[in-house]
Every structure is written in C-alpha cells, then in structure tokens.
Design a protein. Structure first.
Length: 185
C-alpha cells in the first residue's frame, strides 16, 4: 500500500509586514530527526543553552557557489531544491536532546554586534541569536539527506552550512568523505 503524505496548511503570521501568509506545516518526521541531530550538535557547541529557531523554513543560499553535489546525493539534491521553494511552518516536533524555542520575530535587523556570550536581550522580546533552517531533502529511500542551517548572531556575526547525511543503524550521521559547504560571516 502506498500512502501519499501532503503537508497540512496552517496560517502563519508574517511579523515583518503584519500580514497573514499561508505556510505549509512541516510534518516530515524524518526531516525533524535530521534537523534534531544537527541542532543538538549546535546546542552542545552553545553550552547546551536553548536555541532560538526561526519558526519558518528558509530558502538557502545557492549551494552551487561552493560545491558540486556528489552523484549518490543527486536524488536528495533534487528533493532539497524542490522543498527549498516552499516556506514551511515548523512545529514543536524536534526530537529530545536539546532545548529550543520557535521564535516568530525576524531579528536580523535588530541584532547588535555584542559577542553572543555577553549579550542580553534589549527588552524588545527579540532573541539575540537565531537559527534558520531549511526543509530537508531526501533520496527516494530516505537513506541520504541534505539540510541547511544558518546561525545569525548580529550584523557581522554568523555562519551557515550545507550538510550531507547518511542514515545508519544509529540514526543520521554526516557522510564521511563528502565535503560540506559552510561559511563564516
């Protein structure tokens, strides 16, 4: 039996313009597993403090700027590109293992340049650092995945990375021998 899973549609508030937009609900259980693995690593690097995650998926920068997709990831790359054209609303469905909060505000324009470790909210309710993530692209068997994570902590503070992952007996792991693609800004 074949099941066709389509994302549910939910209303999402576009805080920048104050208007309603419709974003498909991100309901991919395996996508949340991949993102949970990546974000748990970021959380450890951040001293296990809660992560602020922007509530909508983002379109990543052009991966062609820095890498050619390995041949065995081409199916995942096609799915990744297709999903990147859709804005999904994230839900509280990440796996346990790290603390997080989905945030509604678009903070990029309101962040200052104070180092993250010393920074406190200016009382605006806008987080001082935020993680933006893409929907995850998979191959047909869901054994290969591509994801994108962008961390933004101020005007000239942040980094992003494309991740290539393989599903093993212990879950999702970064593919060895496959160069990721990241930058620091």
């Amino acid at each position: 039996m074949v099941l066709l899973l389509l994302p549910a549609v939910s209303n999402a508030q576009d805080t920048a313009g104050g208007r309603k937009s419709r974003a498909a609900s991100y309901a991919d259980r395996e996508g949340y597993a991949v993102l949970s693995q990546l974000l748990a690593e970021w959380s450890k690097a951040n001293g296990d403090r809660p992560l602020n995650i922007y509530r909508l998926t983002i379109r990543p920068r052009d991966p062609g700027q820095c890498t050619k997709f390995p041949d065995d990831f081409l199916d995942a790359a096609a799915d990744f590109k297709k999903k990147s054209d859709v804005e999904f609303a994230l839900e509280n469905r990440f796996l346990p293992g790290f603390k997080y909060k989905l945030v509604k505000d678009e903070p990029e324009s309101s962040l200052d340049r104070t180092p993250v470790a010393n920074r406190k909210s200016k009382g605006t309710g806008v987080p001082t650092s935020i993680y933006y993530i893409s929907a995850v692209g998979f191959d047909k068997r869901k054994t290969r995945a591509i994801a994108y994570v962008k961390f933004f902590c101020g005007e000239l503070c942040g980094q992003d990375n494309f991740y290539f992952l393989l599903k093993g007996k212990n879950g999702w792991e970064q593919a060895s021998g496959v160069a990721g693609c990241g930058r620091i800004f």
